[in-house]
Design a binder for this molecule. Structure first.
Ligand SMILES: [Zn+2]
Length: 261
């Protein structure tokens, strides 16, 4: 009898181990990783910093509106595969340090910084997606030197760390470029038709997390402006950005480095 009780108990224990294992390592489309990957949307500028403008069209307000639309549609569509947060959800000024503090604290799986462009050349048009620049040989030496201790005796000890940081930067650039491809593909079908991907050293683009900076069209170009105004109520850019996040998560091994849900 005791043996039977024990074997029933061990079956129960085994079953719960399987259950826990299945819950911890979900597969298929019905279960989701916990914690879910967090996508941090960063509307550029804000408050006294209006960014680019064309008459009463202000980059800071357009970027905020697009970010709020992303959050609203994410909520409305009940998307469970990832969560969305904003660096700011009101028209307030934020410096770069505050934005980076939020990134470091929230540990997002992707940062999308949203901006609108302007140029003296009214013909300049289209959306531009920026990812962190791949370093040239000379830049790479500078980057590695900046990571290492200036004291030669300490430098040797920190070499593995330097190599790891370099690999980490390359890895995050690759992930960012992957997302940029998805975003470029998704935005091709919006009214701002020309979409380019470029590399740059914007400071919000981090070397320890995937990130892109989107300039979602030129306020200085008549046809872009028309599309941008239309989009502010239609929210098609926001929908396309969410589509790109969804397809990127589906095809890339996105892991969350956060502790909580
Ligand atoms: Zn801007």
């Amino acid at each position: 009898m005791r043996d039977r009780v024990l074997s029933t108990m061990s079956r129960l224990v085994l079953a719960s181990v399987f259950f826990v294992a299945f819950e911890t390592f979900p597969s298929g489309t019905q279960t989701f990783p916990s914690p879910r990957p967090l996508i941090l949307i960063d509307p550029g500028h804000g408050g006294a910093d209006k960014g680019s403008s064309y008459h009463d069209l202000l980059e800071s307000e357009l970027a905020l509106n697009t970010a709020l639309k992303i959050q609203e549609i994410h909520l409305r569509q009940k998307i469970k595969t990832y969560s969305v947060e904003l660096t700011r959800n009101t028209d307030r000024w934020m410096d770069l340090e505050e934005r980076l503090r939020i990134v470091n604290h929230r540990k997002p799986s992707l940062v999308i910084s949203i901006h609108y462009n302007s140029s003296y050349d009214e013909r300049a048009k289209g959306a531009e997606i920026f990812t962190l620049e791949k370093l040239t040989g000379v830049q790479r030496q500078g980057f590695l030197a900046s990571l290492s201790s200036p004291a030669p005796e300490l430098f040797e000890a920190s070499i593995p760390d330097v190599i790891l940081k370099d690999l980490e930067r390359r890895n995050q650039i690759l992930r960012s470029r992957e997302f940029a491809k998805h975003l470029q593909q998704a935005l091709r079908t919006t009214d701002v038709q020309t979409v380019r991907t470029k590399e740059a050293e914007f400071q919000i683009l981090g070397s320890s997390y995937p990130s892109v900076l989107l300039e979602a069209g030129f306020l200085s170009n008549a046809s872009d402006r028309k599309a941008i105004i239309k989009d502010q109520s239609a929210g098609s850019n926001a929908k396309k950005i969410l589509e790109a996040i969804g397809s990127w998560i589906k095809t890339t091994n996105v892991v969350s480095s956060r502790d909580e849900n």
